[in-house]
Structures are given as C-alpha cells and as structure tokens.
Design a protein around this ligand. Structure first.
Ligand SMILES: *Cc1c(COP(=O)(O)O)cnc(C)c1O
Length: 487
C-alpha cells in the first residue's frame, strides 16, 4: 500500500470498510422511501478497507505541524497549547447531545453557563454586556461595526468613515468596508504607535469610529490610549477594540477602562481552543451600556425563575448567526478561564509578556528588531539587512520547518519590511524558547556563511518548497472520476 497519494488512488472496486450482520446488510430499497429527485444514480466515493482508511489519515496527520507536535510561535495568531481536559468537558453528553431547538426549560444549565460566560468576559474586559454569537474574530468585527452604525443611526447621525492605523490586522479595514464604511488609513509614528497629529487631522464629524488593536500588531502597548479615547469621543465617534490577542493584558488591564466602547475577543486565540485551517472559532463582542439596545437577538434573559431567549428587543440589529454561537468553542474557553481563576489569568498575561521579551532580548543580539523596546506578547524582527545575501523572511521561515519549528508569521505587519512576527505564548517553557533561539542564531550564521543552503529549505519534509502563488491562484483540488486525473 502506497503511503502517499490521494485516498481515491487507493480505492479498489468492491472493497469495504465494514461488514454488517445480515439484518442491517439487507437494506431497504432507498427508492421506496426517498423521492426520486433526491436519489443519486451513482456514488463516487473511494472504496477502501477500514485499516487503509486509518493509515491514510494517520499518515496525513503526521505530516502536519501542530501545537501538540511542535513549537508554533505564530505572531498575531496566538497558537498556544490547548489543555486536553477542555476537549473532554465540551464532549460531555449534556453539552454534546443538546440540540439548539430544545425548549429553553430543558437546557437551563447550558443557558446559565452561557450567561456566566457573558459575565466573565464583561469582568475580564471591563465592558457592560457581551454577545457570544459571532463565529470568529472578523465576524465579531462586522457585528461591532454594525452596532456602531445602529448607534449613530439612532442618533440621526449618518457617519461614513472608519479610521484604521496602517499597522492594523487586515480584517479591520475589510470588516469596515463590508459594513459599508469608507476606510481612512493613518500612518504610525516613528515609535510604531498611533500618530496623534495624523489622528487629529483624520478625525472629523464624518468619522463613526477608530478601530484599534492594543497592544498593536508590533506588540507595542499604545501608551497614549487615554488621550486617544478623549480625542475620539470629543468628536462624537466611538472607539473599537480588536481584542483577538488579549492574553498579554489578562488580569492586568482592561479595554473597558481604557475608554473602548466596543470590543471583540477571539476566544480561539486568547483562551486556548484549537483553531486554524478554517476550524471553528468564536469572536464574542462586548459593548458599553449605551450600545446594549442594538445587540443581536436572541438575548439570554431571566424571566420568572427561568432563563429565556428574548427576541423582543426593538432596537436590535437582528440575528447575525443561527442559534447560540459556536458553543463548543465557548465551552472550551469557559473551562480554560474557570480553571485558571483570577490569579491564573493574571499569570497568563505576565508570562506571555515575559516570554516574548526574553526572546526579543536574546534574538535582538543577532537580528534587527526595528521597534526594539519592551513589548507585550509579541515582537517583530526585520531581515531586510539579509537581502544583500539573497535571504528573505520566507527563507528563514522554510529553514525553521526543517528544524521542527513552525515558522512565525511573515510579511505582516506590512509596515515592517521583511518582517518576522514572533509570539511564543505563555504556555512554552524556557528550554523550548532556548532551543528556538539556538536554531534562529544558527540560521542567521548560515545566512552569512552559506546563504545558498537556506534557499533549498525545507529538505526534510514530505514536500519541498511550493509555488505558493500558483497554489493560491490555481489550486489543484478537483478529482476527475472519468479520467482518474487531478484537474
Ligand atoms: C486573528 C486576528 C483577527 C481575525 O480573527 P479571525 O478569527 O481569524 O477572523 C483580527 N485581528 C487580529 C489582531 C487577529 O490577530
């Protein structure tokens, strides 16, 4: 049996993964109970034995990089260890087997847990109300912007612009555009923070909100935040907080206290829970009191002795997601937060900052770090100076793969040339960080002495360097059953 190839190539006509006892095997004729229009004339599924299926997927899985297998210092994406007990808890029957259409009386426990989660997130962020519905960070941003629009509309104030700093995550301007706003991008100052002069010039009566990430994507805390909040509010605009990566602030400071009116969190980054590859996420949105009336329905409220889903909210923007949100992800985050407790959360924040600064100091002896001052949970290296050797950020990334380390984020944020954005997270030990430092230092030496060797990386993997542009523009994913070829 070949170890490589598609499962379709391993298919053998008539082979089965199971043999059921007779009563089950004698299936009724589907045409007796399924209308003709819904019946298929043929099934084009691979035919393969059970063991071969297991081997196929196990071999595929072993080719993957994962947090369980490798150090994964992916800046901005916060890939940290997800305690396995979180998975067990969200697989409890009482959670797993609940259907979203069960009557509220039957799922009071589940509903009270969601309500508790709303309150926990309020206390962690300093906001007044939370909505758990959004499916991911970008979905939360869209909801946040819709709430901002509803707020201004209610005041008869048709504002049309959203300001975003040039260091912002790409989803910020995209979400603002989807919400129908014009984007005003402002340049960062020499220290990598929001430039107050630029902000002042951009802030006019047409601005609905300023979207900010704090710490920003350079990993720097925007220390003029209180002044910024004052400037924004004075113009009647609102302040939006991208809290995808809240881990460095946990238990230490809160966006609500900094003057933010709307925040979204990525439960799937800040509070563990595995993510990536389009897997399920959760991007809850928190608001201050004055935005509460616009929150999506249904809202969980106490009616008599019971919790109920309330759809009777006249100013609500409506529904943004079927049912209650991605509750599996919410449960894992709930388990994570409650297991840590107040002290544990604070430690999480502190260690994420300590780990990032340890790497920043050590790697700063070899690599150029453009904004090299105390950072929060991440920092950004520039390898612009290696360009004369023909070495770019992508080459360092590929060389790390050969050394068993998932590459950090590269080429983001875009305001740093040849950027490598490193986020170790709080779940890594000093010895893992030291191994990473060793590998990075060796790669740097190699880039000086023998740059050609890095151009070939990766050499130890199942595949070599891919044509990423072609893979993105012309993906080869379709199997043609007639010719048995990939199109
Ligand atoms: C990941 C991230 C987002 C987007 O979150 P998704 O869940 O991927 O939609 C937004 N902002 C920042 C800063 C992020 O790191």
């Amino acid at each position: 049996m070949k170890r490589t190839g598609l499962i379709f190539e391993k298919s053998v006509k008539g082979r089965k993964a199971f043999s059921l006892p007779a009563p089950f095997a004698e299936a009724k004729n589907p045409a007796d109970y399924i209308p003709a229009g819904f019946l298929r004339s043929s099934f084009e599924f691979p035919e393969i034995s059970e063991l071969d299926i297991v081997r196929h997927y196990t071999n595929l899985a072993s080719k993957n990089f994962s947090v369980d297998g490798n150090f994964y210092p992916l800046g901005s994406c916060t890939m940290k260890y997800n305690p396995k007990i979180n998975e067990q808890i969200c697989a409890y029957e009482g959670f797993r087997d609940v259907h979203p259409l069960f009557p509220c009386e039957k799922v009071q426990g589940y509903m009270s847990l969601l309500k508790k989660m709303e309150r926990l997130l309020c206390s962690i962020t300093g906001m007044d109300e939370f909505c758990l519905h959004p499916s991911a960070g970008a979905h939360g941003e869209l909801l946040g912007l819709m709430l901002i629009r509803a707020f201004h509309d209610k005041n008869g104030d048709g504002r049309k612009k959203i300001i975003v700093p040039d260091s912002s995550h790409g989803t910020n301007p995209s979400s603002a555009a989807m919400a129908g706003y014009r984007i005003i991008s402002i340049k960062s100052d020499a220290g990598g923070q929001i430039d107050l002069k630029e902000l002042k010039n951009a802030l006019d009566g047409e601005v609905a909100a300023l979207m900010m990430t704090n710490p920003n994507t350079l990993g720097l805390f925007e220390d003029k935040i209180l002044e910024i909040a004052g400037m924004v509010h004075e113009k009647g605009a609102l302040l939006y907080y991208d809290g995808a990566n809240l881990n460095p602030l946990l238990g230490l400071c809160r966006p609500g206290d900094m003057g933010f009116d709307v925040v979204h969190l990525n439960l799937h980054k800040t509070f563990a829970t595995p993510h990536g590859g389009g897997g399920p996420g959760s991007g809850p949105v928190g608001v201050k009191k004055r935005l509460e009336p616009f929150l999506p329905v249904p809202v969980i409220r106490k009616k008599g002795d019971n919790l109920k889903f309330d759809f009777d909210c006249p100013d609500s923007i409506g529904m943004i997601k079927a049912f209650w949100g991605n509750t599996g992800v919410i449960l894992k985050a709930f388990a994570y937060i409650t297991a840590l407790g107040d002290e544990g959360l604070k430690k999480t924040g502190e260690i994420s900052v300590l780990n990032a600064n340890y790497l920043r100091k050590k790697l700063g002896e070899h690599y150029n770090i453009p904004f090299n001052r105390a950072c929060m949970h991440e920092f950004v290296i520039s390898v612009k100076d290696l360009a004369s050797k023909g070495i770019h950020a992508i080459d360092i990334a590929k060389a790390l793969i050969d050394r068993g380390i998932h590459p950090p984020t590269v080429y983001f944020p875009m305001i740093v040339e040849e950027s490598i954005m490193v986020e170790p997270t709080e779940t890594e030990s000093k010895s893992t960080l030291d191994c990473f430092i060793d590998e990075m230092v060796q790669i740097h030496k190699e880039a000086g002495k023998n740059p050609g060797s890095l151009k070939n990386a990766p050499v130890n993997m199942g595949v070599r360097r891919l044509d990423e542009l072609r893979a993105a523009k012309f993906p080869d994913v379709k199997w043609d059953f007639k010719t048995q070829n990939l199109e």
